[in-house]
Ligand binder design. Structure first.
Ligand code: ZN
Length: 174
């Protein structure tokens, strides 16, 4: 079963999402939601999906990237879950084109930190610390933005906003 991905304009994309506890993550409902989000992300296809994008205002996101690109500093990232993340940004900023499953059909150049540290809970509610650079760091920032009601259009270079005809971008949306 696939979940419906909501599009920009839906108020759920602009609300701060509710934090989750390890006890929340232990419930069958949350485990079911994670499974459905994984299927929905793979079907889209996308490299990340945040719960608000499927209309659920919880601090939960799934991430998986199979892409590789030297220009984007991008390597495969296995499937994993982040819940209730705390994000720390590195100083160096890099710009790349970015798309979003909730802003279907568009892309823009978005400046973001090249490296980040994320403290979060994993799918079992265990605390994890993720140190990421390159495209993975971009995915983490994009998904964590969703949990705070922020979209890439809030951060983009507005004059680069354009239709996403470039095919390679269809596998790089979150
Ligand atoms: Zn997105």
């Amino acid at each position: 079963m696939l979940l419906k991905i909501v599009q920009t304009g839906d108020p759920v994309l602009r609300e701060p999402a509710r934090p989750l506890t390890p006890a929340d993550l232990a419930t069958a409902e949350l485990q079911q939601l994670i499974e459905l989000m994984r299927e929905t992300m793979r079907d889209a296809p996308g490299v990340g999906l945040a719960a608000p994008q499927v209309g659920v205002p919880l601090q939960l996101a799934v991430i998986e990237d199979v892409g590789e690109s030297e220009a984007q500093e991008r390597k495969p990232v296995p499937f994993h879950v982040i819940a209730t993340p705390r994000l720390t940004l590195g100083d160096e900023v890099v710009e790349h084109h970015e798309g979003c499953l909730s802003i279907e059909g568009f892309q823009a150049l978005v400046p973001r930190a090249r490296a980040v540290t994320v403290e979060a809970l994993d799918h079992r509610g265990q605390p994890v610390t993720i140190r990421a650079a390159g495209w993975y760091a971009r995915i983490l920032q994009h998904e964590i933005d969703h949990l705070n009601g922020t979209l890439y259009i809030d951060r983009m270079k507005t004059r680069t906003f354009s239709s996403s005809s470039r095919r390679n971008l269809t596998r790089a949306r979150g």
